[in-house]
Design a protein around this ligand. Structure first.
Ligand SMILES: [Zn+2]
Length: 73
């Protein structure tokens, strides 16, 4: 089940995510229903990622913390 929440990821944000650079964002993966921190080793596809402002917002939307990275801030 896809969860639609958050907003589209910009080119700059995607570049930062891939590089593991801090963005302060929570990365929500719509296809798996998890949220990740910057540079998650799970490497989700950009088309499935949404940017969210906080862990609380992600969890309120129904996302759970990623088991690989512990979830976003
Ligand atoms: Zn993760």
């Amino acid at each position: 089940m896809r969860i639609e929440a958050g907003r589209q990821v910009s080119d700059a944000e995607w570049a930062a995510f891939q590089a593991g650079e801090p963005t302060g964002l929570v990365w929500a993966v719509t296809t798996t229903g998890i949220h990740c921190r910057d540079g998650c080793p799970g490497r989700p596809l950009r088309q499935n990622l949404r940017a969210m402002d906080s862990r609380a917002a992600a969890e309120a939307a129904g996302f759970r913390a990623c088991r690989r990275c512990g979830g976003g801030a």
